[in-house]
Design a protein around this ligand. Structure first.
Ligand code: CP
Ligand code: NVA
Length: 303
């Protein structure tokens, strides 16, 4: 059966560990894996802006011996109203996999439902699971393990990053804390699903409106933009107490690592001194998009 990666919990804990182990091997031997040699083509579709996802998937497919086909909504028939299912039927005839950044998760599910080749979520409004694979690889490198590691996330608790930290972190056996203002807490279905997963992995989930409580003793602090793509007009004042400042860093473990998926808005969701400071691992995190996604594609195509 075709395996897709539409949300973080599409990988079991054992499968997530397999993909991350392969990502570490691919990072150590960057040009040594050619599962797409032929070359096989991978469609990489964007309905929203991107820098990291675009370059990491494009370079990654090429490094695996494949042919990356980047298609923007503005220049495709999908952007002019061709149906998602018809697009899938065409792409599956040409490509070994489909990578898509779009708006609603239901669009991605529709693509996967009509495609006999793997469909990968390159960010939706609900989830950003490829980013979380890269974040997990980065945490593994910094802390030497994932299970039992406490990660605290600050800001918009209802966005794709918060949801993916909940599901992906719980799958990895981590203790995931989300600190967000009332009215911006995670989707209850995602929150409860993460709790269910955490029960099986030894992890835990905590959602709070108190950023100091979330930061206390944490191993990893993470944040994301307050206004995700498509939400540029929203009032951001409610998030100000959740800014990742030196004060929050001081409450965490002395060797805390700081993550941000980028792009970052300095002195908004994160203090410039924290983003550019000694605890920040954001550039490793950005690089690991490449290795984690190469591993994911290779793993999916081996199924
Ligand atoms: N972190 C991330 O997905 O970045 P881009 O929007 O630049 O792809
Ligand atoms: N939450 C952000 C992530 C960007 C990589 C957004 O959706 O815009």
């Amino acid at each position: 059966m075709t395996r897709h990666f539409l949300r973080d919990d599409d990988l079991t804990p054992a499968e997530q560990a397999e993909v991350l182990a392969l990502a570490a091997r691919m990072k150590a031997d960057r040009y040594g894996f050619k599962p797409l040699a032929g070359p096989k083509s991978v469609a990489i579709l964007f309905d929203k802006h991107s820098t990291r996802t675009r370059v990491s998937f494009t370079a990654g497919v090429a490094e695996l011996g494949g042919n990356p086909l980047v298609v923007d909504a503005g220049s495709s028939q999908l952007g002019r109203g061709e149906s998602v299912a018809d697009t899938a039927r065409v792409l599956e005839r040409v490509c070994a996999a489909i990578v898509w950044r779009t708006f609603g998760q239901e669009r991605l599910e529709e693509m996967a439902g009509a495609s006999s080749v793997p469909v990968v979520n390159a960010l939706t409004d609900q989830f950003h699971p490829c980013q979380i694979l890269a974040d997990l690889q980065t945490i593994q490198e910094a802390k030497g393990r994932l299970d039992g590691v406490t990660l605290a996330y600050f800001g918009d608790g209802a966005n794709n990053m918060a949801h993916s930290y909940l599901l992906g972190g719980a799958t990895a056996g981590m203790h995931v804390r989300i600190a967000a203002p009332e009215g911006y807490l995670p989707d209850p279905d995602v929150w409860h699903r993460a709790e269910e997963i955490a029960k099986t992995t030894g992890g835990s989930v905590e959602v709070t409106t108190d950023p100091r409580q979330a930061a206390a003793g944490a191993d990893v602090l993470a944040t994301d933009t307050w206004a995700s793509m498509g939400q540029e007009d929203k009032d951001l004042s409610v998030y100000v107490p959740y800014s990742l400042t030196e004060d929050l860093v001081a409450l965490a473990k002395p060797d805390v690592s700081v993550l941000h998926c980028l792009p970052a808005y300095r002195d908004k969701e994160i203090a410039a001194s924290v983003l550019d400071g000694p605890h920040s691992v954001v550039w490793d995190e950005a690089e690991n998009r490449l290795h984690a996604q190469k591993a994911l594609l290779a793993w999916l195509l081996e199924r």
